[in-house]
Design a protein around this ligand. Structure first.
Ligand code: KIV
Length: 287
């Protein structure tokens, strides 16, 4: 892995990118934590500098989710995501944002073996990206790791309920907590993660009653996805809410049809290239 710092100043004179002109003070982890029960927290995923620039003015947190495995790399699930992928995309999102707190997912296999393994990899991600915190999936079994990290200067966002990195154990992405035992287990996981020091908690793909109970029980803000509007905030995969994919999970609201917009634009371009009506004199350098 490269040891070059990845949080260099963005050179706007040599780049196509167009960052927010007035850098603002970034939201911090303590300020996010204080939002418990207050103004709902807005979080979206981002993996690239340009998307980070577009989302940043509207979001409190940008999540460099390991969902990039599917969205960017076409992997079947998040199990194949690597530290290097998270570090490179995390650094890009930090470079593209000034306002939102950036949270980077710890990839599968980078934190489960021991608190020490988690610390080494979480520290590497924070150093190489400049992000504010890491997110990791798991409940009671991961509570000692979350405590170990938070006591050593690494803020942690928890993730309970449907935990996609456990797809090989769960056997799919169905809603969690349908049985009484599983519902109780998710609540206990959430309480353990919050008590271990997580500054916020993603709760994914659970019955609404569980999300409400967890939100009422834990001291940190809950961020729902397929959970409840009663959570302290919401997160979606940006490409899902923009309509980049045909498949729309039940919990996603499509705010745009970006796949349709891209298809229309590219269709027009292809027709114009084939008919030699692009480029026109506006786009050529006449001698
Ligand atoms: O990886 C991801 O994008 C996530 C969100 C869906 C919460 O974990």
């Amino acid at each position: 892995m490269s040891t070059l710092p990845k949080t260099l100043t963005f050179d706007t004179s040599t780049s196509r990118a167009n960052p927010t002109p007035q850098p603002m003070k970034r939201l911090t982890v303590p300020r996010i934590r204080q939002r418990k029960g207050g103004e709902p927290i807005v979080m979206l995923t981002a993996y690239t500098v340009r998307m980070a620039q577009l989302l940043d003015p509207h979001c409190d947190m940008l999540l460099v989710g390991d969902s990039l495995g599917q969205v960017i790399y076409g992997l079947p699930h998040t199990v194949g995501v690597t530290m290097e992928m998270m570090a490179l995309h995390g650094a890009a999102v930090v470079r593209g944002s000034y306002h939102a707190a950036v949270i980077v997912d710890m990839p599968f296999g980078s934190y489960e073996a021991s608190p020490e393994q988690a610390f080494t990899n979480a520290a590497q991600l924070l150093k190489e990206t400049g992000a504010a915190a890491v997110k990791l999936e798991g409940g009671r079994a991961l509570a000692p790791t979350i405590e170990f990290l938070t006591q050593r200067g690494i803020p942690v966002m928890g993730h309970v309920g449907l935990t996609p990195q456990a797809v090989n154990i769960l056997g799919g992405y169905g809603v969690r907590g349908k049985s009484k035992e599983e519902a109780r287990s998710i609540v206990e996981d959430s309480v353990a993660v919050a008590q271990a020091g997580a500054f916020s908690l993603v709760i994914e793909g659970v019955l609404e009653s569980i999300a409400i109970e967890v939100t009422n029980k834990v001291a940190c803000p809950t961020i729902g996805i397929g959970a409840s509007a009663q959570c302290d905030g919401q997160v979606l995969v940006t490409e899902d809410m923009l309509g980049m994919f045909e498949r729309v999970p039940k919990f996603v609201k499509r705010y745009q049809d970006m796949a349709g917009v891209v298809d229309g634009a590219v269709r027009e371009y292809a027709e114009q290239v084939r008919s030699r009506s692009f480029p026109t004199e506006d786009q050529i350098y006449a001698g």
